[in-house]
Design a protein around this ligand. Structure first.
Ligand SMILES: *Cc1c(COP(=O)(O)O)cnc(C)c1O
Length: 444
């Protein structure tokens, strides 16, 4: 049996894939069996190359197997691959925390208590959100506002997979089956709906006015709701949420697991909007597609609220908290962002992506709501929702052309590596267009 056949056989019998229709997967012919990757490309066991249109779920933002990241990882693995961060410290965690404090929104400019000076490390995007929620809840519990146990969340939000992060999520398909297990939240409309941000901000202002004494924080994906279909919204909304949370003296949590570290054409989406949150979550691109690693940044004020002895400590910490491998790679990611001038390159390419998606929506039948932000472009195929089928037809059409274009339901999008060379961006946009054209032409 070929390697390909053997892997597929074992896979079919033993592997359980994420977000995957099992019958469809097992019955499927074309299956990408990856053997290696580099830059924007994944190579399969037969040597066929595929362009990765979403940096493998948005993590490989500097390209697969970036040589500097591999070098940082192997160097670190040769000396100190892991020690617990309880009662011990090490250079990668200490230096990365200091460097994150410097690139955080408001660094050196916000009033001193409001700067994001402290980093709590964890494993992935979901845990970075768990940390954020628990930090806020415990802060209020021990700083005079114990009734503050509720979070305001946005419809259409995605914050991760754990029960806590699912509780603050707003995508119905991901919540429904677990609904009895989730904690209660105050959900407001998505600011990304057509003319929706004013409605969303009034709902937040209302909730803070009427039950502000119960609100521990407002959690948002700044400027771009990713997993619910790449929904982009106004910077003004984010600024108004900041004003409203300040006025109510409650916390703003910015989940930048997707938008952070250059994706929107700024270091963070918050920076782009001129907003300094109280808590900032980073993961995905933070470890450049090498290993799971996450950071939750908090203000000096929040940190100070945990002083005063053992019983006021934050009783939280994963086995791999502050893992030196992840921290070493995270430092190198920040260094590459700076040395390769990545953010300026995103800004330079963004107009091309925006124009390409707008052109598709204008010229191909049945396309709706073209949108783009930084190194992300998206368009809807008309039949909305996560389970809609035409996105998958585009996926198959693109795979035949050598591009992995995993859709979000009927939303076709690209979120490739931030430094994608121009020729490859042209190739990618061309295949997106051709694949959508093929699928819409075959519609009844
Ligand atoms: C992906 C994502 C998460 C969850 O991150 P994982 O690493 O998958 O746990 C949380 N928030 C946002 C905004 C995300 O895009």
């Amino acid at each position: 049996m070929s390697l390909r056949g053997e892997v597929i056989d074992l896979d079919k019998r033993f592997v359980w894939h994420p977000y995957t229709d099992l019958d469809r997967w097992e019955g499927e012919e074309a299956r990408l069996v990856a053997a290696s990757c580099g830059g924007a490309w994944i190579t399969d066991v037969d040597g066929r190359r595929y362009l990765d249109a979403n940096g493998s779920w948005w993590v490989s933002s500097l390209g697969h197997r970036h040589p500097r990241l591999i070098e940082a990882l192997t160097r670190q693995a040769g000396s100190l691959p892991h020690v617990a961060l309880a009662g011990i410290t090490h250079e990668p965690a200490a230096r990365l925390a200091a460097e994150l404090a410097q690139v955080a929104p408001g660094a050196g400019t916000a009033p001193s208590g409001e700067q994001l000076t402290r980093t709590f490390f964890s494993d992935d995007g979901s845990t970075s959100v768990e940390v954020a929620l628990k930090l806020c809840a415990q802060y209020w519990a021990q700083n005079g506002r114990p009734q503050r146990t509720r979070f305001i969340t946005l419809s259409g939000a995605f914050h991760g997979e754990t029960i806590g992060s699912t509780s603050v999520g707003g995508v119905a398909e991901f919540r429904e089956v677990f609904a009895p297990l989730l904690f209660e939240v105050v959900t407001v409309p998505s600011p990304a709906e057509e003319n929706g941000w004013e409605r969303a901000i009034s709902a937040i202002e209302d909730a803070l006015r009427t039950r502000g004494d119960q609100i521990a924080g407002v959690i948002v994906e700044p400027l771009l709701q990713g997993a619910s279909g790449m929904q982009v919204y106004e910077e003004a909304f984010l600024r108004r949420v900041r004003e409203a949370t300040r006025a109510a003296d409650t916390f703003l949590i910015a989940d930048e697991v997707f938008t952070g570290l250059g994706r929107t054409g700024a270091m963070t989406a918050c920076e782009r909007a001129g907003v300094v949150p109280d808590v900032l979550c980073l993961a995905k691109a933070l470890s450049g597609g090498l290993l799971p690693f996450a950071a939750t940044l908090a203000t000096t004020r929040i940190y100070e609220g945990f002083r005063g002895g053992r019983e006021r400590a934050f009783n939280y910490g994963h086995s791999y908290c502050g893992n030196p491998l992840g921290a070493a790679v995270g430092r190198e990611v920040l260094a590459v962002l700076r040395d390769e001038d990545v953010i300026a390159r995103v800004q330079a390419r963004a107009p091309k992506i925006e124009a390409a998606f707008r052109e598709m929506a204008e010229t191909l039948p049945g396309l709706e709501r073209p949108r783009a932000l930084g190194m992300m472009g998206a368009v809807d195929l008309g039949d909305r929702g996560y389970l809609a089928a035409s996105g998958w037809k585009v996926y198959e059409a693109a795979l035949r052309r050598g591009v992995v274009l995993r859709p979000l339901g009927s939303t076709v999008y690209i979120a490739p590596m931030l430094t994608l060379p121009d020729a490859e961006l042209d190739l990618l946009l061309g295949v997106v267009r051709e694949s959508i054209a093929e699928v819409v032409a075959a519609r009844p």
